[in-house]
Design a protein around this ligand. Structure first.
Ligand SMILES: Cc1cc2nc3c(=O)[nH]c(=O)nc-3n(C[C@H](O)[C@H](O)[C@H](O)COP(=O)(O)OP(=O)(O)OC[C@H]3O[C@@H](n4cnc5c(N)ncnc54)[C@H](O)[C@@H]3O)c2cc1C
Length: 284
């Protein structure tokens, strides 16, 4: 199938993109890497009257380290994150997650902000942002606001972004030197969206974990922070009995539905297995 007809405008600045968004409201859509949007247009799942191409806005791209935070521009590609020495040094969770996103050709074009704005429930970046306690900058014509990742994902493909807003930047606090991270996912083939995945981080003090954050994806309409499992492991060395307690507590956190290929029971079992692997990795 082919996309329905649409008008096209290449924004030369963020201000111009915001102006166009404001004038066209729901009739306009932002085009970043186009790796999800163009497919949706071709399948006629979306029919905007205007595409506002923001892909050339250099001001929305790049990775900067300052004041104990890493700031990632919304247009930074998956590949740029994957190969960044700053990301490898300060946010290894993102470096671990990146190779799981699609294939190299898609990672070269698809963007961090596009993935977050799309909010696919099986995507890697939203769960990583929740585990890392990221904050998003959303800019509209009337100003900017900050929204925490934990409050951003509202439902299936639904976020806190308002109609005429652009996600411009993601700000992530750099975890301290004792923090460890683990990224694990199960997919049918390398590069496919996950059946179930887990982005995990925790402070390792001589083998005991604290401030553990377990963010699952592929288990519901949004990423899920497994608060009961996190409480069950905190303050304990991740030995087999502590891991078993966290896995048991998971029952109170997750209630996955089936997807096209896996039953709810299979997903729950995969989540248990991934929890054991991630916690073992955090103290390894
Ligand atoms: C074959 C294939 C496999 C894939 N596998 C995976 C995978 O395993 N994991 C995964 O996470 N993704 C996967 N993807 C999706 C890919 O990661 C996309 O790059 C990403 O989801 C969207 O980024 P984009 O820059 O291409 O956004 P676009 O497709 O350009 O836009 C997506 C949506 O976000 C909106 N948007 C984009 N940028 C902004 C912004 N800055 N502010 C506000 N709204 C914005 C657009 O209006 C649109 O609605 C796959 C894609 C393909 C084609």
């Amino acid at each position: 199938m082919k996309a329905p007809p649409f008008a096209y405008a290449r924004a030369r600045s963020l201000a111009e993109a915001l102006d166009l968004l404001d004038r066209h409201g729901d009739g306009a859509k932002l085009l970043a890497g186009g790796q999800s949007l163009i497919a949706a247009l071709n399948m006629r799942l979306s029919a905007p009257e205007l595409l506002i191409d923001i892909s050339r806005l250099g001001e929305l791209s790049g990775i900067r380290v300052r004041d104990g935070h890493v700031r990632i521009g919304a247009l930074t590609t998956h590949a740029a994150i994957e190969s960044s020495p700053d990301i490898a040094k300060h946010l290894p969770l993102l470096a671990q997650a990146a190779p799981h996103i699609a294939h190299a050709a898609i990672r070269n074009v698809g963007t961090f902000g596009g993935s977050i704005a799309l909010a696919d429930p099986a995507a890697e970046w939203p769960a990583c942002c929740i585990a890392l306690d990221a904050r998003f900058t959303l800019v509209g014509k009337r100003g900017a606001r900050q929204v925490k990742a934990r409050e951003f994902f509202k439902g299936l493909y639904s976020t806190a972004l308002r109609t005429a807003e652009v996600l411009t930047q993601v700000e992530i606090p750099i975890p301290g030197p004792d923090y460890r991270s683990a990224f694990v996912e199960l997919a049918r083939r390398r590069g496919d969206y996950a059946i179930v995945g887990l982005a995990a981080i925790g402070k390792n003090t001589r083998g005991a974990l604290s401030d553990t954050r377990l963010a699952f994806f592929g288990v519901g309409a949004t990423p899920v922070l497994a608060k009961n499992a996190m409480t069950a492991i905190d303050g304990r060395a991740a030995k087999s009995d502590a891991i078993a307690a966290a896995v048991k507590a998971l029952e109170k956190d997750l209630d996955p539905g089936p997807d096209l290929y896996s039953s709810a029971a299979t997903k729950m079992q995969l989540a248990r297995v991934l929890t054991g692997r991630a916690l073992a990795a955090l103290v390894a």
